[in-house]
Design a protein around this ligand. Structure first.
Ligand SMILES: C[S@@+](CC[C@H](N)C(=O)[O-])C[C@H]1O[C@@H](n2cnc3c(N)ncnc32)[C@H](O)[C@@H]1O
Length: 243
């Protein structure tokens, strides 16, 4: 997250493309527009919700808004939700009945999953047939992301705290399904169709709390700007197949 307006202007001037958040919002616009559920009755899940959700922008169109995360939030930390469920998305297939949701968002979660294919199978089962999934994650085909993921966890944890807003945001990273082809294959295997994968340079924004990490991120974003498969961040959207 970049707080200095000057840094944001530099990113725009240098042609570092849309933010991951902008791509997620575009995908969510399509998900809400394409949902067969009547407007204002959409049942939405933020899977791995943390403390902030891009779905809050759609709150007026959501009839029931559920958040799920492996970590229970502090009391009153998620006032935008109707319901919170403490769930390991990888292993708790029975957390929600099949066909519970019209729209599922899973934002910057995949890199943390111990078993991403299982998590995607669960999300697919919890979606109604024709329901829409939007997910974002990091792309290990970017050399900086690859290097970051290759660092042993005991060294990476203090580094993570440098670029994250707080220690609580520095979740352990696995990176088991983190390139565009692997995300596409896992979505197909899990029973999704109409899969669209986009990438963008998001390092300068993600690492922008401190000037040295911001500059490093900017160099990383500029270096991969013209190679879509190597940009730092993946945003995917897909539709739960009718069986
Ligand atoms: C980087 S945070 C992203 C939070 C939020 N989605 C956002 O975009 O700000 C990753 C989140 O995934 C959650 N998470 C990681 N592994 C999980 C799992 N197996 N099941 C459920 N949640 C998980 C973490 O607890 C954390 O809240």
């Amino acid at each position: 997250m970049v707080r200095a307006p000057g840094r944001t202007a530099v990113l725009a001037r240098r042609g570092v493309g849309p933010t991951a958040g902008e791509l997620v919002h575009e995908a969510l616009d399509r998900a809400f527009a394409g949902s067969p559920a009547p407007a204002e009755e959409i049942v939405a899940l933020d899977a791995g919700c943390g403390r902030a959700s891009a779905l809050t922008a759609y709150r007026a169109r959501i009839g029931r808004f559920v958040g799920a995360d492996i970590h229970a939030p502090a009391p009153d930390a998620l006032p935008h939700l109707d319901e919170f469920a403490a769930v390991d998305l990888c292993s708790e297939a029975d957390a929600f009945p099949p066909g519970s949701f019209d729209v599922v968002l899973s934002s910057f979660t995949m890199e943390h999953f111990a078993d991403p294919p299982a998590a995607l199978r669960n999300l697919r089962a919890w979606l109604k047939p024709g329901g829409r999934l939007v997910l974002s994650t990091v792309n290990r085909r970017h050399p900086f992301v690859w290097a970051y993921l290759a660092i042993p966890p005991r060294v990476r944890r203090p580094l993570q705290r440098l670029v994250k807003a707080s220690a609580a945001d520095a979740h352990p990273i696995v990176g088991a399904c983190n390139d565009p082809a692997a995300v596409r294959a896992a979505l197909e295997d899990a029973g999704f169709s109409a899969i669209e994968i986009r990438t963008t340079g998001h390092l300068a924004r993600a690492w922008g709390r401190h000037l040295p990490t911001y500059v490093l991120g900017l160099l990383g974003d500029l270096g991969a700007r013209s190679i879509p498969s190597r940009r730092s961040t993946i945003v995917a959207e897909a539709i739960a197949r009718h069986d």
